[in-house]
Design a protein around this ligand. Sequence first.
Ligand code: UP6
Length: 248
Amino acid sequence: EKRISYEDKLKICEHSVAQKLLHIAIQKKSNLIVSADVTTTAELLKLVELVGPHIVALKTHIDIISDFDSDQTILPLKDLAAKYNFLLMEDRKFADIGNTQELQFSMGVFKISNWADLVTAQVIAGYDSLDCFRNVGVVAILSMSSTGTLTDMEYREQAVKIAVSHPNVFGGVAQNKIPNELLLFTPGVNLADSGDGKGQQYNTPEYVFKKLETDFIIVGRGIYKSDDVEKAALNYKIAGWNAYENSL
Ligand code: UP6
């Protein structure tokens, strides 16, 4: 069985954020998203300078930045995103009722709605809980990469139903195939390790393109912990692109 190309996905994934991501992927010949799990603004911006040219999106956990400051952290990040042409994906994994998520999305210190192009959200609180994510693209968490995850087949089926039917959702994070009208994002990708001793489980780019028909690989420690961060980003970019082409 052959996966469908990014060009064909452009015809069926109509959400504006899906369109942007697919265009960037084709333009940069990249399906790499770097997970920037560093804890200071300086480390974050340094990392982005190195990986920016190679990625379609930067995935943040903005609440782990210890010196977060909207002017110091977000403004330069947005400049770099424009300079290197990538999107900002905040991996907040919202998991509450709509009213609370609406506040978490736009209020507090992080004001995610002001800067994120796409956010991740659990679908555990049901279809209506996703209504609050206006003017952004939602990637639904459909299954997880960790050992012992509760996202069994029954849960995944129900979660996919919400994801395909909700207009704010254009993609899913999963470790399994999902319908073609959604973009698939797969974390838990590493070329050197099979796990981290803390429950994380890794696959190779080759595996996730061939077996899961993923669209985007998400790589954290495989890149930002590397001695040569830029070279590692380039390696994963090439590995991801080759894996994509081999799966066509
Ligand atoms: N992530 C997973 N698995 C999931 C969902 N999200 O690992 O099922 C996120 C983590 C981390 C990144 O929160 O930010 O992807 C993976 O990082 P790593 O490559 O360093 O393991």
